[in-house]
Design a binder for this molecule. Structure first.
Ligand SMILES: [Zn+2]
Length: 322
């Protein structure tokens, strides 16, 4: 029998990341295309279908078989239908993207929210491999997340929930991208961190990115230390809440900042220890994500493989507890 591969596509606001993934999670082929938005929704769908075709050709070169394609899409996705909510991709409302791509390419296609796909990637192949209960966070411009509960991705009723960046940690607090105030994202995102840092600097300097800010923190620059310490506090506030609700085995933190070094997770972990209830946090460890910016592609592929195998979380769960 030919070796089975799944195609993963991560749709971002400006690029399409595409990959061919083997069953053990190995990314055997990967390419990125700038997203062509000028032709609107139809053009983007055509471009995604083109990428699936290109990835499938790479599988054929390896004499393998494609078992399907997984798409990570920003915004709300219910049952392979994009409901909407991706600000950087106008259109895409009530759009049966899975069905359209399946018809165009001939491959079974599954679509879910991009952060969900990243969380699945870390669960199946990454930092939370073998766990049944996970909270995944991706910290960047905003904060996205995914929940795995009892060996199953949980998205709330009709997949509308798990907006983990938008729990309110401060009543009437800072304005948030979602239109509300005081959200976790408005305090703990890299955007919030950088704007806090810049407000602490007396003179207006060159704009900094997260990486430069971390360097300045490690050099003990006063403003960077203050901004980072507050960032750790805010991260801990949100995470302690998730632990008290879900008591997960692992909290996986992704996004570039989680790769800053061991000190990052350590600082957050120490603060979480002071905030979360001892009983709920006893079994929880905080870990940095392991798959980097490929987590979405691997999660898309994992979802395809799960569907192909008729994944039954109950069986898996019973098996893992035996
Ligand atoms: Zn919000």
């Amino acid at each position: 029998m030919k070796e089975q591969f799944a195609i993963g596509i991560d749709v971002g606001g400006s690029a399409l990341k595409c990959g061919v993934v083997a069953k053990d999670g190995t990314l055997v082929h990967c390419f990125t295309e700038a997203l062509i938005k000028t032709k609107g929704e139809a053009g983007i769908i055509e471009q995604i279908a083109g990428c699936i075709g290109q990835a499938a050709a790479a599988v054929q070169l390896k004499d393998g078989a494609v078992c399907g394609a997984g798409i990570g899409f920003p915004g709300i996705v219910e049952n392979n239908v994009v409901i909407g909510g991706a600000d950087n991709l106008p259109g895409f409302e009530q759009l049966p993207l899975g069905y359209l791509l399946e018809t165009q390419t001939g491959y079974p296609t599954v679509v879910d929210n991009d952060a969900n796909m990243m969380g699945v990637g870390e669960w199946v192949y990454g930092a939370a491999k073998g766990c049944t209960d996970i909270v995944f966070l991706t910290v960047g411009t905003g904060i996205g997340g995914a929940l795995i509960i009892n060996n199953r991705l949980y998205g709330g009723y009709r997949n509308r929930g798990t907006e983990l960046g938008h729990i309110i940690i401060r009543h009437q607090g800072a304005s948030c991208s979602c239109g509300s105030r005081g959200c976790f994202e408005a305090y703990a995102s890299v955007t919030a961190l950088i704007s806090h840092y810049q407000s602490l600097k007396q003179e207006a300097g060159e704009p900094v990115d997260g990486r430069q800010l971390i360097e300045r923190y490690l050099q003990k620059e006063a403003a960077a230390v203050t901004a980072m310490e507050q960032h750790f506090d805010h991260m801990a506030a949100g995470i302690a809440g998730y632990i008290n609700i879900f008591s997960p085995q692992k909290i996986v933190v992704g996004g570039g900042i989680s790769e800053a070094g061991g000190f990052y997770m350590q600082e957050v972990t120490e603060r979480v220890g002071q905030l979360a209830m001892p009983a709920t946090s006893l079994q929880t460890t905080l870990v940095a994500a392991a798959l980097g910016n490929k987590a979405g592609l691997q999660g898309c592929a994992a979802t395809v493989f799960q569907q192909q195998a008729g994944y039954d979380p109950v069986t898996v769960y019973n098996h893992s507890t035996n």
